[in-house]
Write a protein that binds this ligand. Structure first.
Ligand SMILES: Nc1ncnc2c1ncn2[C@@H]1O[C@H](COP(=O)(O)OP(=O)(O)OP(=O)(O)O)[C@@H](O)[C@H]1O
Length: 394
C-alpha cells in the first residue's frame, strides 16, 4: 500500500503538485489579467527609462489575482534586469503590510531594511528618519515598492500620511499598493488621495473564466484523462457563486485530485468532499482569528437561542474568568458582526404585542464551531479555562 503511494504508480492523478503550491514557477502568463500587466509594464518602463514616477492602487476582492500579478511583474522585472542595462540599478521591495505588523513604524522600517540590506530598528526611531534612510539609500537609484494588504496600514492612525510621505518623498520611488478592501480610499485624507495614482480594478472571475483557469492548472498539474470538462465546470460554478475566487477554485481542484489519488479519476463526490473540507477549514480559521470576547460570545450563542439569553450566559462566563463583561448593546453588535462573517445567522421574530421583537440566533455548524472554540479558548486561557469548564451547565 505505502509502496504504491511512494512510487506513485497506478491510479495516480497528480502529475506535478508544484503547479498548485507555487503556480508562478509554472505559469508563463496570467489569463484575464493581460491588460493590467501590460499597462503596468508600460508605467514601469516610463519610470525606469524616462523618470516618470507612478503609483497605482490594485483593488479587488480576495482571490482575484492581485498578489499573483504583482509577484509575476516582480519576477519578470528581475529577468529583464539581466537583459536591459537600464534596469540594472532598479531595486524592488515587496512586503505585506499586515504580516509585518501593519503599523506605520513596522512598514517603514521593513522597507528601509529591505532597501539597505541591513538591520533597521523597529522602535525608537521616528518616522521621518526612516524616510530619510530610504531617500539616502536611493540616491541616484530607483525603487518600486509593492505594498500588499495596504488597507491594514491605511486604517492605522497616521498610516495614510506615511503613504503620502513615501509618494511625495524626494526620491525615485514608485509604489504599487494592493487592497482587498475596495473602500480603502475612504480611509485616506484628501491630500493623500490627490497624490495617489489611479485605481486598477481586479474584477471577480466569472464561471467561464474560472473554468479556463482551472483547465490550465489541470493541464500543467494533472495526468491526462484523470479529469473531464464537467468536473472543471462544476468546481468553477461553485467558486463563481461566492465572488469568483480563483484561490478557492484552484484549492478545490487540488484537494479533489488528492482525494482521487489512487483511484485514477476525479469524480463529483471527490469535489463534494473537498468542498466540505474547505468550508470546515475556513470556518476554523475564521473562529481562530476572532478577538477573545467574540469567541466567548460565540461560545454563549452556541448554547442559547436568543441574544438576551446568550448575553446572560456570556456574562456568567466572564464572571468565572474574572473578565469584565461587555454591555448588552456591545454584545448585540458582536452578534451582528458574527452574522456578517457568516458564522451565525440572526433571525428577528415578532412575538406579538406582548412578546415584542426578539433577536434569535441560529448556528448551523454547532459541533464544528465548538471544536474550533475549545481548541482556541483552551490555548488562550490555559488553566483558567479548565476551571471554568463547567460552562456547559450555564
Ligand atoms: N488569472 C489567474 N490565473 C491563474 N491563477 C490565478 C489567477 N488569478 C488567481 N489565481 C490563483 O489564485 C490564487 C490567489 O490569487 P491572489 O493571491 O493573487 O489573490 P488576491 O487577489 O491577492 O487575494 P487576497 O487579497 O485574498 O490575497 C493565486 O495563488 C493563483 O493560484
Amino acid at each position: 500500500m505505502i509502496r504504491e503511494a511512494l512510487k506513485g504508480g497506478k491510479g495516480e492523478v497528480i502529475k506535478n503538485p508544484k503547479v498548485f503550491i507555487d503556480p508562478l514557477s509554472v505559469f508563463t502568463d496570467i489569463p484575464f489579467r493581460e491588460d493590467i500587466i501590460r499597462e503596468t509594464a508600460i508605467a514601469v518602463r516610463y519610470f525606469v527609462k524616462n523618470d516618470v514616477k507612478f503609483s497605482n492602487l490594485f483593488l479587488g476582492l480576495t482571490g482575484t489575482g492581485k498578489t499573483f500579478v504583482v509577484k509575476y511583474i516582480y519576477n519578470e522585472i528581475e529577468e529583464v534586469k539581466k537583459e536591459d542595462q537600464e534596469y540594472n540599478g532598479l531595486k524592488q521591495v515587496y512586503l505585506n503590510s499586515r504580516e509585518v505588523g501593519g503599523t506605520p513604524q513596522a512598514v517603514l522600517s521593513v522597507i528601509a531594511e529591505k532597501l539597505t540590506n541591513s538591520f533597521v530598528p523597529r522602535h525608537g526611531v521616528n518616522l521621518g528618519e526612516y524616510i530619510d534612510k530610504i531617500k539616502n539609500v536611493l540616491r541616484g537609484r530607483k525603487a518600486i515598492i509593492y505594498l500588499d494588504e495596504v488597507d491594514t496600514l491605511v486604517k492605522r492612525r497616521g498610516g495614510d500620511i506615511v503613504l503620502y510621505q513615501l509618494l511625495r518623498a524626494d526620491a525615485d520611488v514608485s509604489v504599487i499598493m494592493i487592497s482587498n478592501d475596495i473602500n480603502v480610499r475612504d480611509y485616506m485624507e484628501p491630500r493623500v488621495l490627490s497624490s495617489l495614482g489611479p485605481s486598477v480594478i481586479f474584477k471577480p472571475y466569472d464561471a467561464v473564466q474560472l473554468k479556463e483557469i482551472l483547465a490550465k492548472y489541470a493541464e500543467y498539474g494533472l495526468i491526462d484523462k484523470t479529469y473531464n470538462d464537467e468536473i472543471l465546470s462544476y468546481i468553477a460554478a461553485i467558486s463563481a457563486r461566492e465572488h469568483g475566487d480563483a484561490r478557492k477554485a484552484v484549492n478545490l481542484l487540488f484537494r479533489s485530485a488528492q482525494l482521487a489519488s489512487g483511484i485514477g479519476f476525479i469524480r463529483k463526490e471527490h469535489v463534494d468532499k473537498a468542498i466540505v473540507e474547505y468550508e470546515q477549514e475556513r470556518l476554523f480559521e475564521a473562529v481562530k482569528s476572532l478577538p477573545f470576547h467574540y469567541k466567548l460570545a460565540l461560545r454563549a450563542i452556541v448554547t442559547a437561542e436568543d441574544v438576551v439569553t446568550a448575553h446572560k450566559i456570556y456574562s456568567k462566563f466572564c464572571d468565572k474568568l474574572r473578565q469584565k463583561p461587555l454591555s448588552y448593546r456591545r454584545f448585540s453588535d458582536i452578534v451582528s458582526e458574527l452574522d456578517m462573517f457568516g458564522i451565525v445567522k440572526i433571525k428577528i421574530m415578532n412575538r406579538g404585542r406582548a412578546g415584542g421583537i426578539r433577536k434569535y440566533v441560529e448556528v448551523h455548524d454547532k459541533e464544528k464551531i465548538m471544536k474550533a472554540l475549545e481548541e482556541n479558548l483552551t490555548e488562550e486561557m490555559g488553566y483558567e479555562y479548565d476551571e471554568g469548564s463547567d460552562m456547559e451547565e450555564s
